[in-house]
Write a protein that binds this ligand. Structure first.
Ligand code: PXL
Length: 255
């Protein structure tokens, strides 16, 4: 069985973060392992705290897990601290993990900071160059590339600029862009665009679900464009069935 590793934060709603990633791996037939960088306290309508785990506990999780189970691929979500980001770089290199998918989680849907500035620097200079893919939404790619996206040409420019930061597959998700929610992939040679259906309402964890699905399909041997289409379809289905469990955002639903 293929094994995928998620490295990120805990979300008590299980609608995002490591809990969501594990649900996606399971639904797609990939065995999921997980390393927690931080514990958040949040619900569907409020985000009350972030507790970054101490460096030695993060290191200990990597050491202990990876000397036993080596994954075919890994993804990062919420890293928060500089040392968590540095740790990812160290262990991806040490264990030569080829399929690293970076979901550049910078702020929560509710506006809370999920990546410190000094960690963002490590993400840009060390993690992106080690990655197979970066899956950014529009606000994230604007921060990373400093391209303001006002029209579709800007989206192409930002995607290419993201690729030039050192990843092999730059993906920009257009969920925040227009009604056709275009996702754009650049592999250094060609652009591929996949359009979908826009669902109304506010959703929690869409980025986590998309990046975990993309990693799962890469682990299963899909070509990048096929993995993009399959991930978009998979997340669409979860959005279509989303549930309002709490007072705030809807949660993606697998059943
Ligand atoms: O969706 C980004 C994200 C990732 N990881 C954790 C989160 C969130 C958003 O709230 O809480 C732990």
């Amino acid at each position: 069985m293929k094994v995928a590793l998620t490295i990120g934060g805990s979300d008590p709603t299980s609608g995002a973060g490591v809990q969501m990633d594990l649900k996606v791996f399971h639904a797609l037939g990939v065995y999921g392992t997980s390393i927690i960088t931080s514990v958040t306290s949040q619900s569907t309508y409020e985000f009350t705290s972030v507790y970054p785990l101490p460096e030695k506990i993060i290191v200990n999780q990597f050491e202990t897990l990876l000397r036993d189970i080596k994954p075919q691929g890994a993804k990062t979500g919420m890293l928060y601290s500089k040392y968590a980001a540095e740790c990812v770089a160290e262990y991806i290199k040490k264990y030569k993990i080829k399929n690293l998918v970076i979901d550049p989680v910078i702020t929560s849907t509710t506006g809370k900071k999920l990546l410190l500035d000094e960690a963002q620097q490590i993400l840009k200079t060390e993690l992106i160059p080690l990655s197979r893919a970066v899956t950014a939404n529009i606000p994230e790619v604007e921060i990373l590339t400093e391209v303001r996206i006002k029209n579709i040409d800007d989206m192409y420019e930002a995607t290419e600029k993201l690729y030039r930061m050192g990843t092999k597959l730059a993906i920009v998700k257009g969920g925040h862009f227009n009604d056709k929610v275009p996702d754009l992939l650049f592999d250094g040679k060609e652009f591929f665009m996949v359009e979908g259906e826009k669902y109304s309402g506010e959703f929690h964890g869409t980025g986590c679900a998309f990046s975990s699905a993309f990693l799962s399909f890469l682990c299963k041997g899909y070509k990048p464009y096929e993995a993009l289409k399959a991930s978009k379809n998979f997340v669409s289905e979860l959005l279509r069935k989303a549930l309002k469990l709490g007072k705030g955002m809807k949660i993606l639903n697998f059943t």
